[in-house]
Design a protein around this ligand. Structure first.
Ligand code: MLT
Length: 304
C-alpha cells in the first residue's frame, strides 16, 4: 500500500483517482510515501524519512521547503495553470472593485435595514455618496506573464483596457508568443510610469520578496490602483502603508490581508480565495494526484 498524507482538504474528485486497493489516504498517517497539500506551511515540519514526493494542488510553492526537499531527494510537484482561470476571474473582479464603490455601497445599503418606507429616499442619498470610474480606456500593467498573467491580460483587453506587460524573468520574444493582447514594455520603470492599474502576477521567491517597495511606488502614477492576487510578500508592507496614506495608491485590492493595512479605507482584502472555486480545486487536485500516481507507480516526473 502506498501511503498518502493530506495536509489540507483536497478536492474529492481528485482524491478518488487513487485506487483504494493500492493507496491509503489520511490526514495523519505514519511513514507517508507522499504528501499532498494546498496552503499548509511545511517549513517548520520535520520531513518523514519515508517521504518521496510532495504535490501542491496549486501553483505557488513558497509554503514548501523546496531546497530541503531537493537535498533529501524528495520530488516537489505543483499544478501550474490548473487554477489560472479561477485566479484570473478574481483579478478581474479586483479591477472592478478597485474602480467602483461596490463594497462601501453594499455595506451602506445594509445599514438601511430598519428604515422601512424611507428606503427609496435614502437610496437617492446613497447615489450621491458613491461613484467610480470605468476601466475601459485605462492602462493596465500586468507584471508577470505566466499562466495567470496572460489570461488576465487577454480578459482585460476584451474589457477595453490598454494592456501593457512586463516580466522580470521573461525575454521579450518569449512573452510576445504568449499573448497578442499585450504591449510588451522593457523595464519596470516605464511600465509602472504608464499604468492606471497594476496587477502583480509573479511568484514569491527570495528574489521577489518586497518587490514592490518605496522605489517602485515612486515610479507609479499618483492614484494608481494596485491589485495583488499573487502573494502578500511581494509588497513591502510599510512602504505600502505610506503609499496609501499619501494617496499614491488610491486602492489596494488583495487576496493577502496584512495587519498593517487591514483597516485602511483604501484597502479591500479577502482571505486567499483566488483558487477557491469548485472548478479550480478539482483541476488542481486531479493534476496533483495524476502527477503523484505517475511518479509512485512508474517513476515518471511530469509537472503538468
Ligand atoms: C496558487 O498558488 O495556486 C494560488 O495562490 C491559489 C492557492 O494557493 O490555492
Amino acid at each position: 500500500m502506498f501511503k498518502i498524507q493530506t495536509l489540507n482538504k483536497i478536492d474529492p474528485d481528485g482524491l478518488r483517482l487513487f485506487p483504494l486497493n493500492n493507496y491509503e489516504i489520511a490526514s495523519e498517517i505514519p511513514n507517508p510515501d507522499a504528501i499532498v497539500l494546498r496552503s499548509f506551511k511545511m517549513h517548520d515540519m520535520e520531513l518523514p524519512s519515508s517521504l518521496k514526493a510532495v504535490a501542491r494542488a496549486g501553483a505557488g510553492v513558497n509554503n514548501i521547503p523546496v531546497e530541503k526537499c531537493t537535498e533529501k531527494g524528495i520530488v516537489v510537484f505543483n499544478t501550474p495553470g490548473a487554477n489560472a482561470n479561477g485566479v484570473k476571474e478574481l483579478v478581474i473582479a479586483g479591477l472592478l472593485l478597485s474602480s467602483r464603490d461596490i463594497i462601501d455601497g453594499a455595506a451602506w445599503v445594509k445599514t438601511l435595514a430598519d428604515k422601512g418606507d424611507e428606503i427609496p429616499a435614502s437610496i437617492e442619498q446613497g447615489k450621491k455618496n458613491f461613484g467610480g470610474q470605468e476601466i475601459k480606456g485605462k492602462t493596465l500593467a500586468v507584471i508577470g506573464l505566466g499562466a495567470i498573467g496572460v489570461l488576465v491580460a487577454n480578459a482585460a483587453q476584451t474589457l477595453g483596457m490598454n494592456v501593457i506587460g512586463y516580466d522580470p524573468y521573461m525575454k521579450v520574444q518569449q512573452a510576445l508568443k504568449l499573448s497578442n493582447q499585450v504591449t510588451w514594455v522593457e523595464g519596470i520603470q516605464p511600465i509602472l510610469a504608464q499604468a492606471d492599474y497594476v496587477t502583480l502576477n509573479i511568484p514569491l521567491t527570495p528574489e521577489t520578496e518586497g518587490y514592490i517597495n518605496k522605489e517602485k511606488f515612486n515610479m507609479m502614477k499618483d492614484g494608481v490602483r494596485l491589485l495583488n492576487f499573487a502573494r502578500g510578500g511581494l509588497v513591502n508592507r510599510s512602504d505600502l502603508k505610506e503609499a496609501i496614506a499619501a494617496g499614491k495608491v488610491s486602492r489596494y485590492v488583495t487576496d493577502f490581508p496584512n495587519e498593517e493595512t487591514l483597516n485602511m479605507d483604501k484597502v479591500i482584502a479577502i482571505p486567499h480565495l483566488g483558487a477557491s472555486t469548485k472548478e479550480s480545486e478539482t483541476n488542481c487536485a486531479v493534476m496533483a494526484v495524476n502527477q503523484l500516481k505517475d511518479f509512485i507507480e512508474d517513476g515518471n516526473i511530469k509537472n503538468s
